[in-house]
Design a binder for this molecule. Structure first.
Ligand SMILES: NC(=O)c1ccc[n+]([C@@H]2O[C@H](COP(=O)([O-])OP(=O)(O)OC[C@H]3O[C@@H](n4cnc5c(N)ncnc54)[C@H](OP(=O)(O)O)[C@@H]3O)[C@@H](O)[C@H]2O)c1
Length: 269
């Protein structure tokens, strides 16, 4: 079944905006949802929607709005999210929960709003934007790593539940991408404590991860990987865009965890 109508969450900037542009250029009708409800770079080819993924009613209304206008919805790109930075020690429960609110429960609400529509149609595609950090962990990003691992598990469990339904799931695991993600990252109170025992370690670590992100790949690389899946008859369940990150993903899978953590410690501590 060809994909014509797509909803993208977090479509106002970064990976979501690039995906919206590239899918629209391929002739798809794209609805780009975000809290601000408008695109960073306005385009007449993309329809912006105001939708906070943490608001169940707004999420259902957005899906209903698309159905009223188009009569069907073929795919959803579950992409809205942001990062949080800080040591596990001293992070407040409410800070850890806030990381799961949008990135996990917001994604879940989006998927749950689309599933009945897809089931009734007998077809639909769910692309979930996870991260290479779904499969490898970095210091001071324990909550972001945890939530992206949870999201990958959700996507792959769901793909099993949906066998034979005509609904497909694919998880995309980007590496570093140059977007507003770096500037939007939140910092826990513990990470800003001048007396923190992790102060020097965090300073070195943050310098590296921010530089890696700022020098990261263009969001177009991820957008094209998403388009490729939407154009395939059978989507891959897990996709790591770009060869170098694919290799990282492969090594993480085959090497003992102790070795992987040792290398990560050398690079990121
Ligand atoms: N950049 C990277 O290196 C990288 C790597 C791997 C994975 N990712 C993942 O890629 C996804 C997109 O991030 P990005 O890099 O493109 O960052 P970005 O430029 O900051 O985009 C984040 C998008 O999410 C939207 N958003 C945030 N909270 C929302 C909410 N509650 N409801 C609806 N929309 C919300 C933002 O729009 P509003 O502020 O208008 O709501 C924005 O459109 C995230 O899930 C991120 O974890 C990024």
């Amino acid at each position: 079944m060809a994909v014509n109508v797509v909803l993208i969450t977090g479509g106002s900037s970064g990976i979501g905006a690039a995906t919206a542009r590239i899918l629209a250029q391929s002739g798809m009708k794209v609805y780009a949802a975000s809290r601000r409800g408008k695109l960073e770079t306005p385009s007449t080819d993309i329809i912006p929607i105001s939708m906070d993924v943490n608001d169940w009613e707004a999420t259902q209304l957005a899906v209903a709005q698309i159905l009223r206008a188009e009569g069907h919805l073929d795919a959803v790109v579950v992409n809205a999210g942001s990062g949080i930075y800080g040591p596990v020690e001293g992070t407040l429960e409410k800070e850890a929960r806030s990381q799961f609110e949008t990135n996990y429960f917001g994604a879940l609400k989006t998927i749950q709003a689309c599933l009945p529509v897809f089931r009734q149609q007998g077809h639909g595609r769910i692309i979930t934007v996870c991260s290479v950090m779904s499969v490898l962990q970095l210091p001071f990003q324990g909550f972001y790593s945890s939530v992206k691992a949870a999201l990958l598990s959700l996507s792959e469990s769901l793909s099993l539940e949906l066998k034979g339904s005509g609904i497909q799931c694919s998880a995309i695991l980007p590496g570093d991408v140059a977007t507003g993600f770096t500037g939007a990252r939140k910092f826990t109170a513990a990470s800003e404590d001048p007396a923190s025992p992790y102060r020097e370690q965090m300073a070195r670590n943050l310098k590296k991860i921010e530089a890696d992100e700022r020098n990261g790949m263009s969001p177009d690389v991820i957008a094209k990987a998403i388009r490729k899946q939407l154009l395939r008859k059978h989507m891959a369940v897990r996709v790591i865009p770009r060869l170098d990150y694919k290799l990282v993903g492969f090594l993480v899978r085959i090497l003992p965890a102790k070795w992987v953590l040792h290398v990560l410690s050398l690079l990121y501590n």
